[in-house]
Design a protein around this ligand. Structure first.
Ligand code: F6R
Length: 365
């Protein structure tokens, strides 16, 4: 039931703090400063010998794979490739021994993800699923896996499954990191930071009224750019996808600096750019990109950390999120973008929970 919410999408956006707690429950081992997973079906020796990881999925799940790439490479120093499942299944790339393949999927029924996993398994590689729906086809086809425990996701737009996927991938990166180079103190610190994430998402949800105002102001836009870097580059892609699918407004997500190589030609006074610009390593660089858009007359909506006068001075509208470490920013920074697409869609009279031409699970290729 909707439990007082107008739409499942909104309800599921608000369920994220709880979904994240459920994703973490029983999986953080403070004593050993690592994560624990019951269903990987691989020995520590087998996991220790993994030399490459492939993350595959479709749509929003592919975006969480991009977050996973950054996380696993940084924390575990294992090379990661991210593949669209629809491409991987027919591309026949060379895959080295000791490669672990993760299929990431909310529904566990996406035809291309299932086929990509089956094909890599057939070739003798270990396959695991990161999946929400228990007992689904992909969960069954894989050699093992990790469930999100996010609860049913009914809205067609994936919201709580995405942030839960990012959370699971953070814990997997912690786990693989602790099998390798990540120190005890490093692992401890990440665990403590993870404990703070449901609360940070709760706080990010407080931006709802502000986001509503922003959607109101820009509701006639026909094009929107989403720009972010590093851990917030996938957030830009995900924000753009959410806007397209729910409100039918054309949007593009880019790594902010790529904008200069073409998309900046789209910037005009009617094309807002959403900059994801929390404090962190590339903050100054993203600010520079923001100035470039401003100089060309493009309206700027910034998703920024609390108390950031530099952003206030440049952006037309600022949406505030709590400050969290870079590796955890994807989970928090996507929240206002989910809400933004929701409010745009409402203002434009779109059917939020059942957008046109889309199905909750894509069981045909
Ligand atoms: C976007 C969305 C889709 C799905 C994609 C994969 O909001 O819902 O892009 O993410 O169809 O679905 P799953 O994760 O079920 O494999």
């Amino acid at each position: 039931s909707l439990q007082g919410f107008d739409h499942y999408m909104l309800k599921e956006i608000y369920e994220q703090p709880e979904a994240l707690r459920n994703a973490m429950r029983g999986r953080l081992d403070e004593e050993n400063a690592t994560a624990v997973f019951g269903g990987l079906n691989l020995t520590p020796q087998q996991l220790r010998s993994v030399e490459r990881i492939i993350l595959t999925g479709c749509g929003t799940s592919w975006h969480s794979a991009l977050v996973g790439e950054y996380l696993i490479e940084e924390l575990a120093r294992i090379p990661v490739s991210v593949e669209y499942a629809s491409e991987l299944r027919y591309r026949n790339p060379p895959i080295e021994n000791n490669t672990l393949v993760f299929g990431i999927t909310q529904s566990g029924e996406t035809a291309d993800t299932l086929a990509a996993l089956r094909e890599t398994k057939r070739k003798g590689h270990r396959t695991l699923a990161i999946c929400n729906v228990v007992g689904s086809s992909i969960a069954q086809a894989a050699d093992g896996g990790v469930y999100l425990h996010a609860g049913p996701e009914i809205g067609v737009a994936s919201t709580k499954a995405y942030t839960s996927q990012c959370c699971i991938l953070t814990m997997l990166a912690l786990y693989f990191g602790r099998l390798r180079h990540l120190s005890y103190e490093g692992g401890q610190r990440i665990i403590q930071e993870l404990y703070g994430i449901p609360g940070a998402v709760q706080e990010a949800l407080n931006c709802n009224e502000r986001v509503k105002e922003v959607a109101n102001k820009y509701q006639d836009a026909t094009n929107v750019l989403y720009l972010g870097r590093q851990y917030n580059f996938p957030t830009a892609l995900e924000g753009a996808l959410k806007l397209k699918e729910i409100s039918y407004i054309h949007a593009e997500g880019y790594p902010a600096a790529e904008m200069k190589h073409g998309p900046i030609a789209l910037v005009d006074t009617k094309t807002p750019s959403v900059f994801i610009v929390p404090q962190g390593s590339t903050y100054d660089k993203v600010m520079a990109n923001m100035e470039e858009v401003k100089a060309r007359g493009g309206p700027i909506i910034a998703v920024a950390t609390k108390e950031d006068p530099m952003v206030d001075a440049v952006a037309d509208d600022v949406i505030r999120i709590p400050d969290v470490p870079s590796i955890l920013q994807p989970i928090v920074s996507v929240v206002p973008l989910q809400l933004l697409s929701y409010h745009f869609a409402l203002l434009r009279g779109c059917d939020v929970d059942k957008p046109r031409n889309l199905a909750k699970s894509v069981t045909v290729e």
